[in-house]
Structures are given as structure tokens and as C-alpha cells.
Design a protein around this ligand. Structure first.
Ligand code: RB5
Length: 151
């Protein structure tokens, strides 16, 4: 799978660990920054990695900041992005099964690296259930078409 990844300074260290994990699992990873723990603004790198999902160049993206909140708010401004802020294995799993999330947002300051590693694995291996959930995603897509120019 081609996976874009980005973080701000608070998520930088966690991002590097996830990149290693993804490459070990033979995923193709596009690292969209940031490149150090020097302070930066999460919308800038959310736009880069989320943008690759939005334009179809990546299947999924993983975005990390301190709480995950800023990344999820920013990424959900992008057309065709369904970004889910997850805090545990269950939310990671449900974001795929019911919401077909194509962007995973993670809170580097709030949960352990070990939990993040297993959430990433779960999120990447869980399929969308479709059915009644597909109808709901179609309604979200219709909202986007009404309000998102260029979609
Ligand atoms: C950066 O200080 C912090 O605000 C950011 O990492 C994130 O938590 C924002 O939602």
C-alpha cells in the first residue's frame, strides 16, 4: 500500500517510528515532513500528506501531532479525505469498518508508542464493511460535492 505520513514537531519522533514499522511491513511510504523537533505548524504538513490521499496519489495517510486534533481538523478540509482521530485499537478498527477512514490521526502526546504501533497495524488491515455504512459515506460525499469546490 502507498501511505503518506506527516507530523508536526510534537509528532516527529513518533512519525519516524511509524515509518520504520511501515517499511518493515513492505509498504511504500511518502514522508511529507516535518523533518525535526523544531516547532512547525500542523496544517502545513497535514496538507502535504492529506493532499496525496485527496488527489489519489496515496491510498492512505497517517498524521501525527500532540493531540491529533489539529491534524484531524485540517485534514478533513481536504476533498475526499475522511480523517479519523483515534485513541485506541477499537477506534482505529471502527474508523475503517464503519467510516472507511482513509486518514488516521494520532495523538503522540497522549498514548504510548506501543499502542500506536498496534493501532497502525489494525487500521491498515481492517476492511470497510460497506452495506449500510456505504450509504452513510455516500451522504458525506454528497455534502462534499455541495460545499467543496473542485471536488
Ligand atoms: C503543538 O503545540 C500542538 O498544538 C499540536 O501538536 C497539536 O496538538 C494540535 O492540535
Amino acid at each position: 500500500m502507498k501511505i503518506a505520513i506527516s507530523s508536526d514537531h510534537r509528532g516527529f519522533r513518533t512519525k519516524q517510528g511509524i515509518i520504520d514499522q511501515l517499511r518493515q511491513a513492505d509498504h511504500e511510504v511518502e514522508d511529507c515532513g516535518c523533518d525535526s523537533t523544531e516547532s512547525c505548524d500542523y496544517p502545513d504538513t497535514a496538507k502535504l500528506a492529506g493532499g496525496l490521499v485527496s488527489n489519489g496519489e496515496a491510498e492512505r495517510a497517517i498524521l501525527i501531532c500532540g493531540t491529533g486534533l489539529g491534524m484531524s481538523i485540517a485534514a478533513n478540509k481536504l476533498c475526499r479525505v475522511r480523517a479519523a482521530l483515534c485513541h485506541d485499537e477499537l477506534t482505529a478498527q471502527m474508523s475503517r469498518k464503519h467510516n472507511d477512514a482513509n486518514v488516521l490521526c494520532l495523538p503522540a502526546d497522549l498514548i504510548s508508542d506501543q499502542l500506536i504501533g498496534s493501532m497502525v497495524e489494525t487500521w491498515l488491515s481492517t476492511e470497510f464493511e460497506g452495506g449500510r455504512h456505504a450509504r452513510r459515506i455516500e451522504k458525506i460525499d454528497a455534502m462534499e460535492k455541495e460545499h467543496c469546490s473542485g471536488s
